[in-house]
Design a protein around this ligand. Structure first.
Ligand code: SF4
Length: 321
């Protein structure tokens, strides 16, 4: 397997709150079109738009709803008419929807919505709008599919979170292909080996835990181990990567080239990594140099490392972190 030779896995399908794609499904008949989702990202992924409030028959336009009651299990009721309670239909639709998301590799939710908000949704009533909770649809989907990469459109304006989400989507897509068609003990070890430096950048401790999990696969229930592996992998990749963690991984990878590169090229690499550490150049600069040198000095192990090429470069995500 190679990031360079075989592409990035099959094209991801991402579930998304319909209004973010420009569909006029909001309570007031408007939309919240995201230019990044409908522009650059749309060139690399397909979407499955979902509007839970329209799906349960609330119509367009419709009376707005908000959340009240227990922050852990809020109710969705009409703003003007609290006898309008759509909690149960929203929860039931979310459960039905989650059961159909097998082919989906990520979900982008509309922030602040009482249905779709992933976090920090206002809870009204006795707490006076001060407490925050999770939208009904988003909560149930996340409970049913705890490893699915999820993010809110507002948080995707942060370049680090945006890069993190897209990385997780592509890893999850490759995992779905592997789990469905090629699950084997050797395959699992190879899958992990190819993601070694990605996991190391995000979470060194998780990398060691996963190593122990996969250290002896003789006679184990492989499907159970695969499920545990996915949980560890996605939890590790959800962590924000600091500049220092990237530097650490870049230096590790540079170690594979040390003896093969002339002194001037080695020095140039060291300087590129240090310039990245100081925030003078983006991550793509040292990564691009490493890829360039591995093209001239191929290494079968590094050729498989998704860290160097985790998703289509046309997205330009490493130009901004
Ligand atoms: S936030 Fe969710 S429920 Fe509201 S309009 Fe968008 S997709 Fe529909």
């Amino acid at each position: 397997m190679s990031a360079t030779r075989n592409g990035y896995g099959s094209r991801p399908l991402i579930a998304v709150s319909s209004c973010l794609l420009g569909e006029q499904v909001r309570f007031d008949g408007g939309h919240k079109k995201s230019s990044w989702l409908t522009g650059p990202l749309a060139t690399c992924v397909d979407y499955r738009p979902i509007c839970p409030e329209v799906a349960i028959g609330l119509g367009i336009p419709r009376p707005p709803i908000h959340l009240t009651g227990d922050p852990g299990r809020p109710r969705a009721v009409g703003v003007k008419d609290p006898t309008l309670d759509v909690t149960i239909p929203l929860e039931a639709f979310a459960r039905r929807t989650a059961a159909t998301l097998d082919a989906v590799s990520g979900y982008v939710f509309k922030s602040k919505s009482p249905s779709c908000g992933m976090e920090r949704v206002k809870l009204y009533g006795q707490h006076g709008g001060q407490k925050k909770t999770v939208g009904i649809h988003a909560r149930v989907v996340m409970e049913q599919l705890p490893h699915l990469p999820v993010e809110e459109e507002g948080r995707l304006n942060d370049p680090v979170l945006r890069e993190n989400f897209v990385t997780r989507v592509y890893v999850y897509r490759r995992w779905q292909d592997f789990r469905r068609h090629r699950l084997s003990a050797k395959g699992l070890i190879d899958f992990h080996a190819d993601h070694k430096y990605l996991v190391m950048a995000h979470n060194q401790a998780a990398y060691k835990r996963i190593g122990r999990l996969l250290s002896d696969l003789k006679g184990v229930d492989l499907r159970a181990v695969a499920d545990r592996y996915l949980g560890e992998l996605m939890a590790a990749l959800s962590r924000r990567v600091s500049r220092d963690r990237h530097v650490n991984v870049l230096q590790h990878i540079m170690g594979y080239l040390k003896k093969r590169l002339p002194g001037a090229d080695r020095q140039e690499l060291v300087e590129a990594i240090e310039a990245y550490r100081r925030g003078e150049v983006p991550l793509i600069v040292p990564v691009f140099l490493l890829r360039h040198h591995f093209r001239h000095h191929p290494d079968p192990y590094m050729d498989g490392q998704w860290y160097l090429d985790p998703y289509p470069p046309s997205l330009g995500l490493r130009n901004n972190i």
